[in-house]
Design a protein around this ligand. Structure first.
Ligand SMILES: Nc1ncnc2c1ncn2[C@@H]1O[C@H](COP(=O)(O)OP(=O)(O)OP(=O)(O)O)[C@@H](O)[C@H]1O
Ligand SMILES: [Mg+2]
Length: 361
């Protein structure tokens, strides 16, 4: 397996910058997940690594070798797409063996590779079928099989599960994780799915508007998002935000966020008085308060969504919409009032202008 190194890799289409210089070092055997909103440049980055798109600047190294000028087929990388792109007139075995045939691999070796991959992916009984006679999940597995037989130096996945229903996705997600545990292949995986990103990644790369916003383990991004974009992007339901001004503690009051319709205590945070800040708190960290609690924010319950595992309570105070999450069921009803607290140990603070995280103990 191979390392992948990107040094100031960038891309523009004519005058339009799609990717600002990207620096990323991927270890051999590492599973890196790329997330970001639609159009932020995820597929473009993958396609440049695969050689399907030319970088307009920077160096792409695979196993330490610069590949910018190398043909896709010589990069020894396999890509699995969202649309499986199977050949409809070929059987499962034919699809899986096609790239090996092109490379003039010996027949016995091809048969062995296809058999191995089909067994690994639970396709052994389906090798003679045509793609149209397969379910979505089975087709997806054929596409993966096609990648595996080539024994590439690295795998690139571009939203490979997004065409599957929820149940199949969950199953295939676990399959991909097991496959990675077995093959230990260096992988870059693009997804919109929070759970895929959190569960599959050794590290997540969060991209927005062609720029890397943060690189870290799933928990790094979840617990210490570097900026407001990452804070809002990672986690579902998403983090809540309240904007206002920092007020230093005077006359025995602790420092707090002074917002239009709320005042949120900020523990021992010491920053410039009056600085514009945004406070973030995840739905699962919102506390419900009794009538006497100081600083509690009085909210209207707008909607209650029981998900089965838990309940999402949609709340509002002033112009601010807030979601709270609790495992299990509750007796909340739309139209009621509820008092909430944002415990300081769970609060994230961001600069009101730049959106950058402001550290606190
Ligand atoms: N050939 C092209 N010519 C001009 N612009 C392009 C071309 N290919 C992609 N783009 C633009 O580059 C940007 C990044 O596209 P890309 O496909 O990498 O996004 P993405 O992050 O994969 O989005 P999605 O999540 O929707 O798949 C988009 O704004 C897109 O319109
Ligand atoms: Mg894409």
């Amino acid at each position: 397996m191979a390392t992948i190194d990107l040094h100031a890799v960038q891309k523009s289409f004519g005058p339009i910058h799609v990717l600002e210089p990207v620096d990323l070092q991927i270890r051999s055997g590492e599973f890196v997940v790329l997330v970001g909103p639609s159009g932020c440049g995820k597929s473009t980055l993958l396609r440049m690594i695969a050689g399907l798109e030319e970088a307009t600047g920077g160096d792409i190294l695979i196993a330490g070798q610069r590949v910018n000028d190398m043909e896709p087929k010589d990069r020894n990388i396999a890509m699995v797409f969202q649309s499986y792109a199977l050949y409809p007139h070929m059987s499962v075995a034919g699809n899986m063996s096609y790239s090996l045939k092109l490379r003039k691999t010996a027949r016995e070796r091809i048969a062995e590779a296809v058999k191995g991959a089909a067994e690994t992916l639970g396709l052994a009984k389906l090798v003679d079928r045509k793609p149209r006679a397969l379910s979505g999940g089975q087709r997806q597995r054929v596409a993966m099989g096609r990648a595996i037989v080539r024994q590439p130096q690295a795998f690139l996945f571009d939203e490979p599960l997004s065409n599957l229903d929820a149940r199949l996705r969950e199953q295939m997600r676990a399959e991909i994780k097991k496959l990675h545990q077995r093959l230990g292949a260096t992988s870059i995986y693009v997804t919109h799915d929070q759970i895929e990103a959190m569960t599959l990644a050794d590290r997540i790369v969060a991209l927005d508007a062609g720029r890397i916003q943060q690189i870290g383990t799933p928990l790094d991004l979840y617990q210490r998002p570097a900026n407001r974009f990452v804070a809002g992007f990672i986690g579902s339901p998403a983090m809540n935000f309240v904007s206002g001004r920092y007020r230093a503690g005077v006359e025995g009051r602790s420092p707090h966020l002074d917002a239009d319709d709320a005042s949120i205590p900020l523990g021992d945070l010491r920053i410039t008085d009056g600085r514009a800040v945004t406070v973030g708190i995840r739905p699962e960290h919102i506390a419900f308060a009794g009538p006497e609690a100081p600083y509690a924010i009085d909210c209207a319950v707008e909607l209650v969504e029981p998900t089965g595992v838990g309940t999402i309570v949609h709340l509002r105070f002033g112009d601010v919409a807030v979601k709270a999450y609790r495992p299990g069921y509750g007796e909340w009803k739309a139209g009621e009032r509820l008092r909430i607290l944002a415990p300081f140990e769970h609060i994230h603070v961001f600069d009101g202008e730049t959106g950058m995280r402001i550290e606190h103990a």
